[in-house]
Design a protein around this ligand. Structure first.
Ligand code: PEP
Length: 261
């Protein structure tokens, strides 16, 4: 297993930011931040172009690497796409699947998410499956039904052994990149629902082992209160992961919250 729920899981999604020198500078600063890297699980998720160099710089480090997306086919005539074996090849352990930006801007559906998860697992990558509701869905009281459908369809056909190898990130769309954050109560409510849905379908062991991340304008000031919640195992951080000092501060707050849980 490449992850455990005994330590906070902190992943930084760099989206379409950072050249190779900027990416290398960022991971070097993370190492220099004396975080007590063993007290948490760190994953950096650079753009494809920086994966190779970041992987080289992180050799031997406990910081792991993820990619932001992949195709469900293993190879083929898919111009502009990247395949799971290529991500393994370049040192990735994790891959984000179904980020809301991919769903909203690039036509990803629960069906493509499901195909990608299957391929990622076949190649030994850990999918980080992103789910979450829009503001309109929340205001209409459809949050739980939306999340339920994303889990059911995204994980369709997967048995308990496979679901154990997946990380779920609850990312309310209205909180991504907006500065709005779900309150700890709002996030905990959905996380608890996700865990109960996993228990119902795959059993209590899968549910209690599952890592469920929160994402959506996580910053140093809100990390502690979010990660203190019972069912929040870590954070998927976008904007605040682009700056080494704020990412390091988020990590410190996450470690503190876990120590006090
Ligand atoms: C994300 O991109 O997954 C994310 C949560 O972004 P931000 O932290 O910027 O809201």
């Amino acid at each position: 297993m490449n992850f455990t729920n005994e330590k906070p899981f902190i992943a930084g999604n760099w989206k379409m930011f950072k050249t190779i020198p900027e990416a290398v500078d960022m991971v070097q600063k993370l190492h220099d931040a004396s975080l007590g890297l063993e007290k948490a699980q760190f994953v950096v998720i650079p753009p494809y172009t920086a994966l190779n160099e970041v992987s080289r710089v992180l050799k031997g480090s406990p910081v792991q690497i993820g990619a932001q997306n992949m195709h469900w086919e293993e190879q083929g005539a898919f111009t502009g796409e990247v395949a799971a074996p290529m991500l393994k090849d370049v040192g990735c352990t994790f891959v984000v699947i179904g980020h809301s930006e991919r769903r909203q801007l690039f036509g990803e559906t629960n069906e493509t998410v499901n195909k990608k998860i299957n391929t990622a697992l076949t190649h030994g990558l850990v999918p980080i499956m992103c789910i979450g509701e829009s503001l309109e869905e929340r205001e209409k009281g459809h949050t739980i039904s939306k999340v339920q459908a994303q889990i059911t369809e995204g994980l369709e056909g997967l048995d308990a052994e496979k679901v154990l190898r997946i990380i779920i990130a609850y990312e309310p769309i209205w909180a991504i990149g907006t500065g709005l954050t779900a309150t700890p109560n709002q996030a905990q409510e959905v996380h608890a629902f996700i865990r109960s849905a996993l228990a119902e379908k795959h059993g209590n062991d899968v549910a209690s082992y599952a890592i469920i991340l929160y994402g959506g304008s996580v910053k140093p000031e809100n990390t502690f209160s979010l990660l203190k919640e019972n069912d929040i195992n870590g954070a998927l951080v976008g904007g605040a992961s682009l700056n080494a000092a704020s990412f390091a501060e988020i990590a410190r707050e996450a470690i503190k919250a876990y120590e006090e849980k």
